[in-house]
Ligand binder design. Structure first.
Ligand SMILES: [Zn+2]
Length: 221
């Protein structure tokens, strides 16, 4: 069941180590099927290299396993909390990517100083309050911090990104890490100027209108 979504979610999980966003089996990507509302997610504790579409786990919105031989990711509850509270989200990615997580370690947001990431997000990257690991508190902290946006750092933990698909959520995680690295390097040499919100809004609208081929969904892929 949900073969196309399993392929997409598997491929996007492979993108995490391929882009230096995770080590070991940490980090995960999920996707929601708009027809059934079911969620496809990475299995728990399986090395990325071993992931194939048929190792993906299908769960319902309450976490009951509908299809798959393995246990779903330990972060499944956090993904489900996000899906329950955000109808617009059909993909979630979670990483501990080092530069972005270094901001999370300090409880700091990533300021909006670079147009490539603000084109995508339309704002800075907020950092949540500290949350007890686990679905409810971490999920609530992400929803509170994101304020309807598509990315949030969780203080003392890492990165959660959201998108219109698993592919979009993963792309945002990649661009976010690049922006975190560049912003960190720039901040080592002195203060950085944040883009004015008016300009961020203009860039965000321009990107949504002009990115990609005509008729293509406006995603950062
Ligand atoms: Zn984590």
């Amino acid at each position: 069941m949900l073969d196309a979504l399993k392929e997409e979610v598997c491929a996007q999980n492979h993108e995490l180590p391929a882009n230096g966003l995770v080590v070991g089996s940490g980090g995960n990507v999920s996707g929601r099927d708009p027809e059934t509302g079911l969620i496809v997610i990475k299995p728990s504790g399986v090395k990325f290299a071993k992931l194939t579409p048929d190792t993906m786990v299908v769960v319902d919105i309450d976490g009951k396993v509908i299809d798959g031989a393995r246990k779903p990711s330990v972060d499944t509850g956090v993904h489900l909390y996000i899906y329950k509270h955000r109808d617009d989200v059909r993909g979630v990615a979670h990483t501990h990517s080092p530069y972005a997580s270094s901001f999370a370690a300090r409880g700091e947001r990533i300021p909006a100083v670079l147009t490539p990431i603000t084109h995508i997000l339309g704002r800075d990257v907020p950092c949540s309050r500290y949350a007890t690991p686990g679905e409810v508190d971490t999920g609530a902290a992400i929803i509170e911090a994101a304020q309807g946006g598509y990315a949030a750092l969780v203080k003392a933990h890492g990165v959660f990104t959201m998108g219109a698909s698993a592919t979009e959520a993963t792309s945002i995680a990649m661009y976010l890490e690049e922006a975190a690295m560049t912003t960190h390097l720039a901040m080592l040499r002195g203060p950085v100027d944040e883009l004015p919100q008016e300009e961020i809004d203009r860039c965000f609208a321009w990107f949504r209108k002009n990115y990609g081929q005509s008729g293509q969904k406006k995603v950062a892929d």
